[in-house]
Design a protein around this ligand. Structure first.
Ligand SMILES: NC(=O)c1ccc[n+]([C@@H]2O[C@H](COP(=O)([O-])OP(=O)(O)OC[C@H]3O[C@@H](n4cnc5c(N)ncnc54)[C@H](OP(=O)(O)O)[C@@H]3O)[C@@H](O)[C@H]2O)c1
Length: 412
C-alpha cells in the first residue's frame, strides 16, 4: 500500500491503490498504531535500562568471603565511582597478580584494613583484588587536570580501593602516570605495584638515588620474583653494585637483568659466600622473619647501612591478636636479637610498604622508555581465567610477573 489514497468516514477507512481497495474499521486503525507505539516505547525503555545498567556495571573478579581460590567469583558489579574531584576512571586493559592478592583473598590484613576502610567509609565486600593496571582514561574528576580522556596510563590504586581485576578502576591522579609509550599494556601492567614498593624501600627508606648509588653495594634477596627483578634493574640503572640470591634455575634470568653477583640460596655455604663479598650498604629483604634477620649481620658497621624488610609483622600480628595487641606485638619484633645487633653496630632496620606513587612512575617511565628497565613476564592469562592466574602465582617459584589481559593488546 505504498502509493494509495486514504479516504475516511466516521466509522470506516478506505485505502485506494491503483489495483485494490482496502477497508478497515477506524477504531482498529487508531488502536493498533497506539499499541505498537506503546510496545516500541516499552521496548526502547527496557533496552535503555539494559544499556544503562550495562554501562553502569562491569565484569569483575571479586570475593564475598575470605578463603581459598574457590571464593573468587566472576560476575557483574557496579562501576567504581569517583570519590574525590581528583579521581580518574580508567578502563583496564591489563593488570598483574601479586602475592598480596592471594593473601588478601585469604583474609591477610583483614583487621587493619577493615579499620582503614571504616575510616574511609569503604565497604569490605564485594572485594575486587588486583593492585596495578595499565589502561585508558575514560572519565576525569573536576580537578583531575593531570590527565585527559583517552590518555594511556599505568598505576596503582590504594590498597582499600576497588582493585584492578575488573574492567574499570578508579584511582587518584597522584596514583597514576602516563605509561611508557613503547611498552604494551600487558608489559606496563607488570610493573607499577612492585615498582612503587621497591621505590619506597630503596628511595624513601634507604635514601638511594642516581646521584649516590654508584658506590653502594646492595643485596637483593629473591632476585627471581617480581620485586627482585625490578629492584636489580633499578639499582643497575643507578650504577649500584648488586648481589642477589635465587634458586639454581633462576641464575641465568637474574644475571641477564644485570646482577653483578648471584648466589644460589640452595648452596650449603650461602652465608659464607655472601660474607666473602664484603659488607653491604643496603639489604632489601622481601621475605622477612627469622630467616631475613640473619642478613643484618652482613651490613657495613657504623656507616648508616640499612636493612629494609618488605615483610614486617604488622598485618600478620594484627590479624592474629586484633589491632591493639597486634600493634604492640609487631613493635616487639624490633627487640629481636638480630635486629638489636644491627642497631648496636650502627645500622638501621626499616619496614617497607607498598605506597601508590604517580611521581615515581613518571620517573620510572623514562627508564623503561630508554630500555634500562625491561618487563619480565612469566605468563599472561585472559581475563576469563584470572582465577587460574592466582593459582599459578600461589604455586610459587615465580620467574617474573603474571599478567591478566582484560583487552588483548592486538584488539586495543
Ligand atoms: N610490604 C609490602 O608492601 C610488599 C609489597 C610487595 C611485596 N612484598 C613482599 O615481597 C615478597 C616477594 O614479592 P614478589 O612480588 O617478588 O613475589 P613473587 O613474584 O611471587 O616472587 C617471589 C620470588 O622469591 C623466590 N624466593 C622464595 N623464597 C626465597 C628465598 N628464601 N630466597 C631467595 N628467593 C626466594 C621465589 O622463587 P623460588 O621459590 O623458586 O626460589 C620467587 O621467584 C612477597 O611475598 C611479600 O612478602 C611486600
Amino acid at each position: 500500500m505504498a502509493n494509495c489514497v486514504l479516504l475516511t468516514s466516521r466509522r470506516k477507512c478506505f485505502a485506494l491503490s491503483q489495483t485494490n481497495t482496502f477497508s478497515f474499521s477506524r477504531s482498529k486503525l487508531q488502536v493498533s498504531p497506539v499499541r505498537s507505539l506503546i510496545h516500541t516505547f516499552k521496548r526502547s525503555l527496557s533496552n535503555n535500562a539494559e544499556n544503562l545498567s550495562a554501562r553502569n556495571t562491569m565484569e569483575a573478579w571479586y570475593i564475598n568471603e575470605y578463603g581459598s581460590n574457590d571464593v573468587l567469583q566472576h560476575g557483574r558489579l557496579p562501576l567504581p565511582s569517583l570519590r574525590t574531584p581528583t579521581d580518574i576512571l580508567v578502563r583496564v586493559h591489563s593488570a598483574s597478580v601479586n602475592p598480596i592478592d592471594y593473601r588478601m583473598r585469604s583474609g591477610y590484613g583483614e583487621s587493619l584494613l577493615n579499620l582503614w576502610r571504616k575510616l574511609e567509609n569503604v565497604k569490605e565486600f564485594p572485594l575486587v583484588l588486583g593492585r596495578d593496571f595499565s589502561g585508558e582514561v575514560v572519565k576525569t574528576g573536576r580537578l583531575a587536570r593531570r590527565f585527559r580522556k583517552g590518555d594511556q596510563v599505568w598505576g596503582t590504586p590504594s590498597v582499600i580501593a576497588v582493585g584492578t581485576h575488573g574492567q574499570f578502576v578508579v584511582a587518584s591522579q597522584d596514583e597514576m602516570s602516563i605509561k611508557p609509550f613503547n611498552w604494551t599494556h600487558s608489559e606496563a601492567a607488570s610493573l607499577p605495584y612492585v615498582a612503587c614498593t621497591v621505590w619506597t624501600a630503596l628511595a624513601s627508606r634507604a635514601g638511594l638515588k642516581p646521584e649516590n648509588s654508584h658506590d653502594k653495594h646492595v643485596l637483593v634477596l629473591g632476585g627471581s620474583g617480581g620485586i627482585g627483578n625490578f629492584a636489580i634493574q633499578l639499582l643497575k640503572a643507578w650504577g649500584a653494585f648488586v648481589t642477589t640470591t635465587c634458586a639454581t634455575d633462576a641464575v641465568e634470568l637474574v644475571t641477564g637483568l644485570g646482577a653483578d653477583h648471584v648466589i644460589d640460596y640452595s648452596a650449603a655455604d650461602m652465608m659464607e659466600q655472601l660474607e666473602s663479598l664484603g659488607s653491604f650498604d643496603v639489604v632489601l629483604d622481601p621475605f622477612g622473619g627469622d630467616v631475613g634477620e640473619q642478613y643484618t649481620s652482613l651490613l657495613c658497621k657504623w656507616k648508616g647501612a640499612i636493612y629494609v624488610t618488605l615483610a614486617p609483622p604488622l598485618l600478620s600480628k594484627t590479624d592474629e591478636y586484633g589491632t591493639g595487641l597486634g600493634l604492640l606485638s609487631a613493635g616487639q619484633y624490633l627487640t629481636s636479637s638480630a635486629l638489636q645487633k644491627a642497631f648496636c653496630s650502627g645500622s638501621l632496620v626499616s619496614w617497607g610498604f607498598f605506597s601508590p606513587n604517580g611521581a615515581a612512575l613518571d620517573y620510572i617511565r623514562s627508564l623503561c622508555q630508554s630500555g634500562m628497565i625491561k618487563p619480565v613476564i612469566q605468563e599472561e592469562f585472559p581475563f576469563s581465567k584470572t582465577n587460574e592466574a592466582y593459582v599459578k602465582l600461589e604455586s610459587g617459584h615465580a620467574r617474573g610477573k603474571i599478567v591478566v589481559n582484560m583487552i588483548s593488546d592486538e584488539s586495543s
